[in-house]
Design a protein around this ligand. Structure first.
Ligand code: AMP
Length: 217
């Protein structure tokens, strides 16, 4: 099964992807996480990607497809988080999937209001070791500014600082949001209320997956 989580930055895609991967055994494929790993390993790809990420811009498609291509044929159940991010990526994804006789099962669109997004993004903290996502207001660590899993000091993503957040939201609107219509026309889109908490969101998504339909079963 191939599932896409679509939505603006801060809609909770990463957090939801982690709980869904645990529940359904999906391979969680986050292009943002993969790029951040390339950056921290200081690879050629990472150095190139960072120039765009620091500005809140989308990384060129060719870099993204190097990451996607490696993973997509290796796993049966895949959860795509933060990809595709524009129409051209979605079209290219369709063509790769066609070549390997696979189809997208569901696209879950986490619809969320802008005001909430800015608040969520600027108060987000992440564990640099295990990647667990926290929020200093709504989902704090039980160990203050340290991860409650491995004790590492939590950090704020450079692109979660206010100036870059606004740019990322603007880029989302022009580049990524048109995918809502793209997948709706293909009858793959399910709109979910992204303002609900993690468990309620998981229940809404699970109800759709467990019922089957679409290309899911
Ligand atoms: P995310 O963790 O999904 O919010 O992504 C962080 C940053 O990585 C984005 O602001 C982009 O610069 C870059 N990025 C992640 N996924 C993609 C993608 N599919 N296409 C282009 N850029 C991406």
């Amino acid at each position: 099964m191939i599932v896409i989580l679509l939505g603006p930055p801060g809609a909770g895609k990463g957090t939801q992807a982690r709980v869904m991967a645990e529940k359904y055994g999906f391979k969680h494929l986050s292009t943002g996480d993969a790029l951040r790993e390339e950056c921290s390993n200081n690879t050629t790809v990472g150095r190139k990607a960072r120039e765009y990420m620091d500005e809140g811009l989308l990384v060129p498609d060719d870099i993204i497809f190097e990451i996607i291509r490696k993973n997509i044929s290796q796993h049966r159940d895949i959860l795509l988080d933060g990809f595709p991010r524009n129409i051209s990526q979605a079209v290219r994804l369709d063509s790769i999937l066609k070549d390997i006789s696979r189809k997208i099962s569901y696209v879950f669109y986490l619809e969320t209001d802008d005001k909430i997004l800015i608040k969520r993004l600027t108060s987000r903290r992440v564990c640099p070791v295990c990647g667990k996502i926290y929020n200093i207001i709504t989902l704090p660590s039980s160990r203050g500014s340290y991860c409650d899993i491995d004790g590492a000091e939590l950090s704020q993503r450079d692109d979660d600082k206010t100036g870059v957040v606004k740019k990322r939201l603007a880029v989302y609107k022009t580049e990524t949001h048109p995918l809502v219509e793209f997948y709706s026309e293909k009858e793959l889109l399910y709109t979910i209320d992204g303002e609900k908490d993690i468990e309620a969101l998981l229940m809404d998504i699970s109800a759709i997956i467990d019922k089957g339909g679409s290309n899911g079963h």
